[in-house]
Design a protein around this ligand. Structure first.
Ligand SMILES: C[S@@+](CC[C@H](N)C(=O)[O-])C[C@H]1O[C@@H](n2cnc3c(N)ncnc32)[C@H](O)[C@@H]1O
Ligand code: SF4
Length: 373
């Protein structure tokens, strides 16, 4: 089964740390939704399988879409794909968009999973992030969604900023757990160069990330969330039993997905495509039948490198049998040789290799040592 990702590239205001593709000029929103509908019409055959296991509205801020815009997209999806109530249908939302009216609309549209970007429970930090909500609003948004019957909610948190020490991070985690959501995504703050935070950091007005402290916060988090019945199934993702994100798991398990909207990526097992990161050019290209994406055919080495990079971040790990089947004996021999050199970083069970909790801190670096050119 396959997944579809729909990128909604609009935000009310720019968060100081965020490097995702979005615009704060919302004027083109309705036209861009029409372009997304066109892209679904043009590209639905990209997926070999038209049965959808997950539909994911990401952004940007999908909670800015109105009823007519959502309906136009769902109508297009319904014309070309097969999905039922068992499909996971997620929208990313910002707490300031969560109202009774919106929640009822999303329920009506059969959206069954909400991702709510809380980021922090510290109002001073939220201000520094240029978020459009307070901590109280965040908490109330989760409670309201639960009251209205949403039973699959995930929240986003960010750790590692200058506002968090170990004590305040522990308190943040306690507050997060007390919200009783089914899932938590928690990201280590990255200072991206083209953001307000990145520019200030360059001018010496904001400190660099204290890597030692954020590593300690990571370990505190993995331990605390484990004790709170969350399964740490990917570096930044924690789910209660039965509530791992189907959408993201599809990425990590190399299943096929179609991404529509500006900047969206697609993968069909053998190639990757990525759409242009510019709203106006995307709209124009879809109106005038121009090219709006780049494509890369993946070699067997590329696919192996991606396999190791994503799998080492997850509890599914790298499976020796699977490596042999997908990439052949010589790549398996290469994999086992490097594992042998890095024994202390790995745990092995029935031919499945995962990283130790300590080594997960360096997952991407360790994965890169396996890469084949
Ligand atoms: C693309 S955002 C969309 C979610 C939604 N618009 C929101 O802000 O709540 C997804 C998540 O990525 C995380 N994120 C974005 N930029 C980040 C950065 N530079 N460092 C760490 N986490 C980041 C935030 O936690 C955010 O909620
Ligand atoms: S974190 Fe979310 S709301 Fe903030 S700029 Fe990024 S996508 Fe927009």
């Amino acid at each position: 089964m396959a997944g579809i990702y729909i990128h909604i590239p609009y935000c009310k205001q720019a968060c100081s740390y965020c490097d995702f593709h979005f615009s704060t000029n919302l004027k083109s929103k309705d036209v861009l939704v029409k372009s997304i509908v066109k892209e679904i019409e043009f590209r639905h055959k990209y997926l070999k399988n038209n049965k959808l296991e997950s539909i994911y509205f990401g952004g940007g801020t999908p909670s800015l879409l109105n009823k007519a815009e959502f309906e136009a997209i769902f109508d297009a999806l319904g014309r070309f794909f097969d999905f039922d109530d068992s499909a996971e249908i997620t929208i990313e939302t910002n707490p300031d968009d969560i109202s009774k009216e919106n929640l009822l609309l999303w329920k009506d549209l059969k959206i069954n999973r909400l991702s709510i970007g809380l980021q922090s429970f510290n109002d001073e930090e939220l201000k520094w992030m240029n978020r459009a909500h307070t901590a109280n609003q965040s908490i109330n948004s989760v409670l309201l969604a639960q009251d209205l019957g949403f039973e699959n909610i995930t929240i986003d948190l960010i750790y590692g900023s200058k506002f968090q020490d170990l004590k305040s991070w522990q308190k943040t985690l306690e507050q997060a757990v007390s919200l009783n959501t089914q899932h938590i995504s928690s990201y280590n703050l990255t200072i991206e160069s083209k953001t307000v935070l990145g520019l200030k950091n360059l001018k010496g007005q904001e400190p660099a990330i204290n890597d030692d402290l954020s590593s300690q916060q990571f370990l505190l988090m993995t331990d605390f969330l484990k004790r709170s019945d969350f399964i740490h199934y990917e570096i930044s993702n924690f789910g209660k039993e039965g509530f791992f994100a189907k959408h993201n798991s599809n990425y990590w398990l190399q299943k096929e997905y179609l991404g529509v909207g500006p900047s969206a990526h697609s993968f069909n097992g053998t190639s990757r495509q990525w759409n242009i990161k510019n709203n106006n050019l995307y709209i124009k290209a879809l109106e005038q039948n121009l090219n709006y994406f780049e494509k890369e055919e993946l070699s067997i080495n590329d696919r192996f490198n991606e396999y190791v990079l994503t799998r080492l971040r997850t509890i599914w790990g790298c499976n020796a049998e699977e490596i042999k089947l997908l990439f052949g004996e010589s790549i398996l021999a290469h994999f086992l040789k490097i594992v042998e050199q890095k024994k202390t970083d790995f745990e092995e069970f029935n031919g499945v290799y995962t990283l130790t909790p300590q080594a997960r801190l360096f997952a991407d670096g360790i994965a890169s040592d396996f890469f084949i050119d």
